[in-house]
Design a protein around this ligand. Sequence first.
Ligand code: PEP
Ligand code: MG
Length: 913
Amino acid sequence: MATSTLPETEIEKTEQKSATKYVYFFGGGKADGNGKMKDELGGKGAGLAEMTNAGLPVPPGFTIQTDACREYMRHNSVSKEVDRQMEEALAHLEKVQAQKLGKGENPLLVSVRSGAKFSMPGMMDTILNLGLNDESVESLAKLSNNPRFAYDSYRRLIQMFGNVVLEIPKPDFDEVFDAKKKQKKAKLDTDLNAAALKEVIAEYKKVVKKHTKKDFPQDPHEQLVMARDAVFRSWQNDRAKHYRRINNISDDLGTAVNVQAMVFGNLGETSGTGVGFTRNPATGVKEFYGEFLLNAQGEDVVSGVRTPVHILELEKIMPEVYNQLREITTRLEKHYRDMQDFEFTIQDGRLYMLQTRNGKRTGLAAVKVAIQMVEEGLITKEEAIFRVEPNQLYDFLVPRLDEKSVKVEVLATGLPASPGAAVGQIVFTADEAVEKAGHGAKKNPVILVRAETTPEDIHGMEVAVGILTSRGGMTSHAAVVTRGMGKCCVAGAGDIEVIEKTREMRVKGQVFKAGDWISLDGTTGRVIKGKLSSLPPKADDPELNKIMSWAEPFRKLRVRANADIPRDAIQARAFGAEGIGLCRTEHMFFGEEKLPHMRAMILASTEKERRAALKKLLPLQRKDFVGVFRAMDGFPVTIRTLDPPLHEFLPRREDLMVEIAVLEATKPKAPKLKDLRTLLRRVEELHEFNPMLGHRGCRLGITYPEITEMQARAIFEAAVAVSKEGVKVFPEVMIPLTATLKEMANQAAIVNRVAEEVFKEKEHKVEYLVGTMIELPRAALVADEIAKEAQFFSFGTNDLTQTTFGFSRDDVNKVLPTYLAEGILKQDPFAVLDREGVGQLIRMATERGRKTRPNLKVGICGEHGGEPSSVEFCHQVGLNYVSCSPFRVLTARLAAAQAAASDKLKVEGGRTK
Ligand code: PEP
Ligand code: MG
């Protein structure tokens, strides 16, 4: 029966839902939220709630949830309800603490911190000591009996608030501070006494007034509202946006804001602050790992401004606190069933936990920790396979320095912050890194050398091959961020002096300038003079094999490699490739011995001449195929007929013109001139305005059928020869860039005819297939037709993305950065498959193709074939295989296994992000 009224309970539920709970309190052993509420409370807020519920010593406070941030992004302000709930939570906090925000003899001070669902270290803003003003600073001075500490806290607040909330440039404050240090002949910040800090405060206030035309806000409630809104705004700052883009985090999530009673690590020698990991995040070894600083505030440790002390030292200084910390963090690890990354503060000998979260780690550590945790009974094998991000397997493939070839001069040894090797030219700023690193074919390896990195350096860190810092520990910004990027980093190399002003690095009495070469060993922390070469890594690590052996049984997709020459095919097999999904035969023609014949073939003006040149190419190409077939014994090898525009094999038009002009001026009678002029004429004839959409792909084989003929002959002669030796060969001849059935039929007819000819001549047959690449939207649309002739499909998603978007593969970088910055595109569609558009074509073409030919083999061989999210999509669509470059084979294998395992286990990959 239809009813127009809801039962009572339903009404209650609806009403509850409409009054959104924006603010979640934690403190006094109880929290409104819990550890599962990362969507609402962010990672930090959920962790604080969970730790509070577990009875751990957490300073009380409240979390304003991400909904409020999204509201702020939409309307540039939050609703009255958010303000109301915040005031209510503050009143509760004041009650629990028996203090008033910024008032009375014992004023309550709070920290205001960001905290999104996925950790974004240092990308957003934080304000400490909020609640201090001209009055409360005096109370704090009295209460702590430490006026220096009180004034220092106040000047830090004005500086942080001024910079983050009022958007006053940091150097304006630094100038005041440095001038005061100079005036008082103070070496260190801590050398400034209370009186000097009071003067700094007065000057800081002037800076605020100058910039904002208003006084520094004295009302603590006003401070809180302004700070909260600034943290919300920081979600949209450039570095946060950039970080989200490279880490594939949605812009729509928003951040939560955590307001928490301050505890002070800078109250003297019985106070301190630190960060740590329950296992070593670089190697995965089970050891208590971390760093701390006595008499310091939180940001001092993570920013890398002072080099901290190893956490084991804490046992000597404060054994009870140390034991309590060990006990708590061990419990946390068991509770979360994952390695924890925690932050703590000791105030006057009392320990407080400020944060816990699943720790970021290198690929090596991820594998080791996952295996340890299975052995310890903390997680299952199925869970373990999700504890490693497929891209992290690169770490097993990172190069090592080749130290045999040259004399190794170690300049300094820092911390092995992120493994691998990096060889590059020094740059001193992030902008310089971007400028010097270049892109495309003109890439230069650069190493970013900094005293310490800050979140502002992220764009430089992204393009650098390695990072070197002279300050900071294993948890410094540089270390954490590079580990996430899988990039080599040596941090805290204290013997090195980085002088940013003069752009110099001084070490061991030597001076290094921008452009000088150095080599880094991120696995041992060594900084080496000069340009060493690097050695390929080994992919047969026993622990890696173990994790793979747990993952692989789930995998449904086959994983092949894109390889053109026997050496790459051998490498691919070592990484577990199950065949070749794309052999780009044009790469075979680029070889020194082949290029002249290739040029002769292109320059030929008659078919006869062309055939003569092709005859020379035939044995050379056959030899390469023999090598590839042997390497892939037992597995299929997909060989693509010639694809690129012919002029790619000829010299550049501009270069020829210059050479001719020079010769005409210097040696006008040189016989070479005539040849050069002929060559130029042919180059000009072949010139195309849009070669990527021009005379390439099957269009070449159709206009010059003798090319396809020669290639088919080389393939089948090689196949027959190795088959006679006992090698199991399965050639799959692939026709590129088809758009119509007739194109496919035209080329298939040539291949089939040549196959029959060769089999007859050699009196030996091999099994083979003839198929096509789907690289054009039209081909996807008429896939059912094309499948009448094509025995397999392979999606060339590089071209399919190009032709679906209408973006030029080669020129897209003129547009892409703006598109990403504006959020018009979330990701580079040439890197991560565009499921919505290109993916739809893939799904449709697969379905249509299989309607015609139910057992149609379908794969993908564009760059996306080795990218985890694209591999997951290929699994979901039901492709037979993915094919990627040899170094991505491991990644693709794990990504394919995870995709199938999450289907089967109905789990959402419990990955750590
Ligand atoms: C493709 O287009 O995806 C492809 C694999 O071919 P190429 O990159 O050689 O054009
Ligand atoms: Mg292509």
